[in-house]
Design a protein around this ligand. Structure first.
Ligand code: SF4
Length: 343
């Protein structure tokens, strides 16, 4: 039984099958692990009269073989690297903001999407994370690093919709009210534009789950150059998936646009973006490229960012200029690589 990869209800089912015990004991294990950070659940009062049962369950439960191997904090933003059981490294970031703390998690080791501006994309694909390895990042942020985790964003290493089933299960586990209790409305999945995954996501039965799509260009030629996934899911197909996703949801879909100097920051790029967004209930997050890494792209000068903002406003686009708070430690979107452990 992989404790970090199953919901409390699923654990109860397993306890019923194996030991004839159910939700009472499952909830004790679950509360101990996910609300107190204690994996010595045999100490829970529910097991006081059945230490042998506690011992047998402990022997059957597997915890993720993950450990934090490096941390780096700049300006309150904390990046941490985790060594997985097979020695591979993933990264996560704790980002405090006014009144809330957001955890950025990884969903894969590396990524196969190959976005040209992305440090993770340059690493290539290693493997998918299991649901337990995804959930462990939230658990570790809370109970190893003592950070609040109010919100979770899947903006770390990997394309979450390319690891759909494991990410979907991780959402269920993170959202379990007897455990970490991170509701879907406090979770944002960020995708490079995996249209099929977006359609599947819409059918998951999580109406408040938030979706962000990394767009970065509203022109198929340019977007295919920047983000090869666009060849598989061109802009028209992506737009149809976004329209289907937004239907019946109160929430707004976020569109991330990373400004790359001299690449997608011209007047015509703003006009194309405005035209593409027509008919979509979206809010644009405008992010200046963080300008580090070996991608060959450059950060736009602040004046060019201002100019692009004015153009978007002229076009009537509802946007928000986001400051990449993790800029100093490569924690902005698409900038997670193995930098912590290679420095
Ligand atoms: S930006 Fe996201 S989807 Fe693209 S290569 Fe990087 S991690 Fe993968």
């Amino acid at each position: 039984m992989e404790l970090f990869g199953i919901t409390c209800g699923e654990l109860a089912d397993q306890l019923a099958q194996r030991y004839g015990r159910g939700l009472h004991h499952a909830a004790a294990v679950y509360r101990g692990a996910f609300q107190k950070g204690c994996t010595r659940f045999g100490e829970a009062p529910e097991f006081a009269r059945s230490p042998e049962l506690a011992r047998r369950i402990a022997a059957d439960l597997r915890l993720p073989a993950c450990r934090i191997v490096a941390t780096r904090e700049v300006g309150g933003v904390l990046k941490f690297a985790t060594a997985l059981g097979d020695g591979r490294i993933i990264e996560s970031v704790v980002i405090p903001a006014a009144g809330r703390t957001t955890l950025c998690v990884s969903s894969q080791v590396g990524c196969r999407m190959g976005c040209r501006f992305c440090a993770t994309g340059a690493m290539g694909f290693g493997r998918n994370l299991s649901p337990a390895e995804i959930v462990w990042q939230a658990w570790a942020a809370r109970f190893v690093l003592a950070a609040r985790v109010d919100n979770v964003v899947f903006m770390g290493m990997g394309e979450p919709l390319d690891n759909f089933d494991h990410v979907a299960q991780a959402l269920r586990v993170m959202g379990d009210q007897r455990g970490l209790d991170i509701a879907p409305r406090r979770i944002t999945l960020s995708s490079a534009g995996h249209a099929d995954g977006i359609r599947r996501l819409a059918c998951l039965g999580l109406p408040n789950l938030r979706l962000a799509v990394s767009l970065n260009a509203a022109d198929d030629r340019l977007r295919s150059r920047l983000m090869p996934i666009n060849r598989r899911y061109p802009l028209a197909r992506l737009k149809a998936a976004l329209q289907a996703f937004a239907t019946g949801r109160g929430g707004v879909v976020l569109v991330e646009y990373v400004l790359l100097a001299g690449v997608n920051d011209a007047r015509q790029d703003a006009a194309k973006l405005a035209a593409y967004l027509t008919g979509l209930a979206v809010r644009v997050n405008l992010i200046a490229y963080n300008g580090e890494g070996a991608s060959g792209f450059a950060a736009p000068p602040p004046a060019h960012v201002e100019r692009f903002c004015r153009w978007l406003a002229d076009e009537g686009v509802f946007f928000c200029r986001r400051r990449p708070r993790g800029r100093d430690i490569l924690a902005a979107c698409g900038q997670l690589g193995a930098s912590l452990t290679t420095r």
